[in-house]
Every structure is written in C-alpha cells, then in structure tokens.
Design a protein around this ligand. Structure first.
Ligand SMILES: Cc1cc2nc3c(=O)[nH]c(=O)nc-3n(C[C@H](O)[C@H](O)[C@H](O)COP(=O)(O)OP(=O)(O)OC[C@H]3O[C@@H](n4cnc5c(N)ncnc54)[C@H](O)[C@@H]3O)c2cc1C
Length: 472
C-alpha cells in the first residue's frame, strides 16, 4: 500500500520498534534509540530480528568484511563510551606496506596516536579451532541488549502494513505490528526486496562483488611476517582495483576489490611476486580455506525512508570502498536521534536524517575522484615510483608534514572524509614535490625495465596455480 506523508508522527511511551538486521547498523540504531529514550524515561520496546549467531565460526556467523575499524570510528565510539575490549580487537594496526609495480614501501601511522583496529565480525573463519577472540558484531549486539533491546534469532520473511503501521512476520509466527520499522539488512540480503516492495519507491544501493579469504598462517608466523602492518596492493593486474591483507590472530584476512572477480583474477593475485613475498615460500592454501564473495556498496539507494520506516547502514548509504561500519554508525545514530527527538514521519526523516546520508553521498563524489587517480597511478610506473620516493623522503619528518603518507594512510584506512583528503592533495606543498619527483622518476626511468619485464614474463608463464576456492 502506498503511504501518505505526514508532517510528524511521534514515538511515544510504550511504542514498539522493529529492527530488521542486527549487524553494526541495526545494533547501533537500537543502542542509541534506547539510550536517548531512556534518558527521558520514555519506555520504548525494541525488537531486533537477527538470524545469525555471531559467535559461530565460519560464514553462518559472519557478516563478511575486512574487519578494519577506522581510526575515526574507534575514536567516535570511544567518545560515545563504547570501547572495544582487547578480546574483540585482534590486532592494532600501526602501519601499512604499500606494494606497487614500482616497488614497496612502509607507511607508519603519520601521527603517533593514529590507530586502527582489526576485528573478526563473526566467530572467526570456519577452520578456526576455538574462539580465542570475541566477535565485533556480537559485542555491539550485546550493547544494544544491555540497553534494553529484545533479540529474536529469526529471519524476517515478510513485511507489510496494518493500517498505517508497519508489520513484520517471521516464519511460523503471527505478524507483529510496530510504530517504527528499521531496515538494517545490509548489502548481502535478498530481503532488501521486502523493502523495495513496501510501496514507497525505495531502491537498494548499487553493488559490486568482492572476494574475501582467510589465510590460516598461524599467530607466530603472522607476528613475525606481518607484525602490526596491513599490506595494501596496487598492482597492475587486469580488473583488480586493489587488494589488502589484514593480519589478525591466527589468520590474515585478504580482500580483493575489482571488476568481475573470478578464479583467474584470484590466481593472478596470489601468484604475483609482491604477494608471494608476503607468504612463506612453500605456502599453499588448504583445500577447505574459508572464503566468500560478498557484495559491497557502490552507489546510493533511493528513498530510504517513509512514514514509520527508515533504512540505515549499507541498505541506505555507505562510504565508497572504506569505513562502511563508520557509515553504519553515523546513519544509525542520526536515524535514532531523529526518531526520538523529532518523530518518525517521512518529513522528520527528510529534515533530520537525510542530511547525514547526503553528506556521505557528497563525500563519496570526492572518493570517486581519489580512487580514479589511484587507479591511473597504479597503471603507470613513473607516478607510482614518484609516490614511493615521496613517502621515502617524508619518513624522517614530523607527522603533519608527511603529506603523501597522510593522504595514503587516510585513503586506505578510511580514517578521514574523502573531501578532506582531496583538499589536502591540492595544497602546493603536496603537489609541487610530487610533480618534481615525477620528473626525476621520468628522467631515471627505463620502463619497462629488464627486471620487471622478466618478472612479468615469468609471472604469466608460471605454472603455479593457486586455487583460493570457488567464487560463490
Ligand atoms: C570485501 C569487503 C570488505 C569490507 N571491509 C570493511 C572494513 O575493513 N571496514 C569497514 O568499516 N567496512 C568494511 N566493509 C563494509 C562493511 O562490511 C559494511 O559497510 C557493514 O557491514 C554495514 O553494516 P550493516 O549493519 O549495514 O550491514 P551488515 O553488516 O551486512 O548486517 C546486516 C545484518 O542483517 C541481517 N539480515 C539480513 N536480512 C535479514 C532478515 N530478513 N531478517 C533479519 N535479519 C536480516 C544479516 O544477517 C546481517 O547480520 C567491507 C565490505 C566488503 C564487501
């Protein structure tokens, strides 16, 4: 049934809210809604529907992600009083190694106190023996429950209207009617279509397919080989945009982003010399390696709200390629604040929630420009080599004057808004030395060098075929 837009509809004492999805967006929405309403002694009943057991190892308990919690999110959560315990943080990432066709270099956190956290979203990979660490998603869900939310271990199979109120149904149970319905189903749920069919012209965001695998290298080897550094690969492999290896407890989470990621692309990546260098010489992936091909946010949704319904997190808007959990936090909090302090009509969400979504969408435009430039640089040896030279020259300088290092750190850890990063690249002290180093690199270049040509030839002729599982 198509809905009429009201000016304001208040969430009042005793009202009921259904949150479909207990990932970061759903849990944080519930947490903030209850936190804000409890402050006013307004008793709101919140039901979170989430079928996954986040403490279960393997895909059944996992929300498929690189598991990097950006610096800005770690700080924002700390300000909210949400500190990630050591049992959730698998590793604090303090540097990253950038690999390009022109060579590799290490970028340390440009400013000493910059830290990012690596977590497992679920109970760890399916080959995990025993959960040594806690799941990030389970931690957030428990916070919402501690604030008063009721968790239902069930998948919502139908949603509809009862008069002007939304209704939610799980299999085998009668429908439940609510004053507010929150869609936090993420990017990978077929149930986004339930919201598309609800009659308010919501359209899911554009998506791109990715690949994740968990390399079981063991804690000792990971500590000696990777330490607290994640590895980022900007390699000239057709259809590969970029890849990252993120060390955690016993596993290195490896994420590939690109176009039509298939077995050939995965094989090319894992037999690239820069990648082989990061792995033990004789290492071969086990047959039952944990892997998945989740979808990632790539473009905006349409109309993520109407009277008494709002979508948050990936189902509404996320940051391009990075810090999706940070966007889930921001949209969830903005929607909860609107619901408690303004109301739950379309007009309320348009005035008070939509601006938060728009600011992320607007920032993503700068992100697209940045990633387009990165894409071009990765294909060309001279600018890639100029980037490495600039980082090398910056190494001994104080944090704030390490402009290239900070730009790359913030771009690939998702720790700053893309607009900020873009503006920093326009500063003369960023551009002038970079142009100068491009000139030096061009003068010194002998592209394609004999070594690189030889490496490429051996790469394509290599008979090593690394199988990293079927694409799902
Ligand atoms: C390859 C890859 C790497 C990434 N790496 C990072 C990273 O390092 N850092 C980062 O910040 N972000 C990263 N992201 C993005 C991040 O995963 C998402 O932005 C984030 O998970 C969005 O949170 P969410 O709560 O909106 O959705 P999700 O985390 O997808 O949660 C949705 C929840 O809804 C539940 N659900 C679905 N349908 C129903 C239903 N019908 N009934 C009840 N429950 C339902 C699901 O079980 C799930 O728990 C990555 C994404 C990909 C694909």
């Amino acid at each position: 049934m198509a809905k009429r837009y009201n000016d304001t509809i208040a969430l009042e004492e005793g009202h009921r809210v259904a949150v479909v999805g207990g990932g970061p967006a759903g849990s944080l929405f519930s947490y903030f809604l209850l936190l804000f309403s409890n402050r006013f002694d307004r008793n709101i009943h919140v039901d979170i529907y989430e079928p996954r057991d986040f403490e279960h190892p393997g895909p059944a308990g996992c929300n498929m992600c690189g598991g990097i919690i950006s610096e800005s999110l770690v700080q924002a959560l700390a300000v909210e009083g949400i500190n990630l315990p050591d049992s959730v943080v698998q590793r604090g990432i303090e540097s990253y190694v950038l690999h390009t066709e022109a060579g590799s270099c290490c970028i340390n956190t440009p400013i000493g106190e910059k830290r990012i956290a690596a977590v497992h979203r679920g109970g760890g990979p399916r080959t995990g023996q025993q959960a040594k660490w806690q799941s990030f998603d389970a931690h957030l869900l428990k916070l919402a429950i501690a604030e008063g939310a009721h968790r239902h271990t069930a998948r919502v199979s139908e949603i509809g209207w009862y008069g002007d109120k939304p209704q939610v149904k799980v299999k085998g149970k009668p429908p439940e009617t609510y004053e507010l319905l929150v869609g936090a189903v993420g990017m990978n749920s077929p149930d986004l279509s339930l919201f598309e069919k609800l009659g308010f012209e919501y359209q899911r965001p554009k998506q791109t397919k990715t690949y994740i695998t968990e390399l079981p290298l063991g804690e000792q080897l990971i500590s000696s080989q990777f330490g607290d550094a994640m590895h980022l690969f900007l390699l000239d492999i057709p259809r590969l945009e970029f890849a990252a290896m993120i060390p955690k407890g016993d596993y290195v989470t490896t994420c590939l982003l690109g176009e039509n990621i298939d077995r050939d692309l995965i094989s090319s990546f894992f037999r690239h010399p820069a990648v082989r260098k990061c792995l033990p010489a004789d290492w071969e992936p086990p047959a039952n390696i944990c892997h998945c091909s989740p979808k990632m946010f790539f473009g905006n949704s349409l109309n993520p709200f109407t009277d008494r319904v709002v979508l948050v997190g990936d189902a509404a808007v996320a940051r391009l390629f990075k810090d999706g959990i940070g966007a889930a936090y921001r949209t969830a909090k903005a929607a909860a604040r609107t619901a408690v302090f303004q109301g739950v009509s379309a007009a309320d969400f348009r005035a008070h929630y939509w601006p938060q979504c728009q600011s992320i969408m607007h920032d993503n435009l700068f992100g697209r420009v940045i990633f387009e430039v990165v894409h071009r640089i990765k294909e060309m040896r001279i600018p890639a080599s100029a980037v490495l030279r600039t980082i090398g020259a910056e190494e001994q300088r104080p944090g704030n004057s390490r402009r290239m290092s900070m730009v790359l750190w913030d771009t690939f850890t998702g720790s700053a808004p893309y607009k900020d990063i873009f503006m920093r690249t326009l500063h003369p002290s960023f551009i002038v030395p970079f142009i100068a180093r491009n000139i030096v690199s061009a003068l010194r270049s002998n592209w394609p060098s004999k070594e690189v040509s030889a490496a490429r030839a051996s790469q394509t002729q290599s008979t090593t075929h690394i199988e990293m599982g079927e694409i799902q």
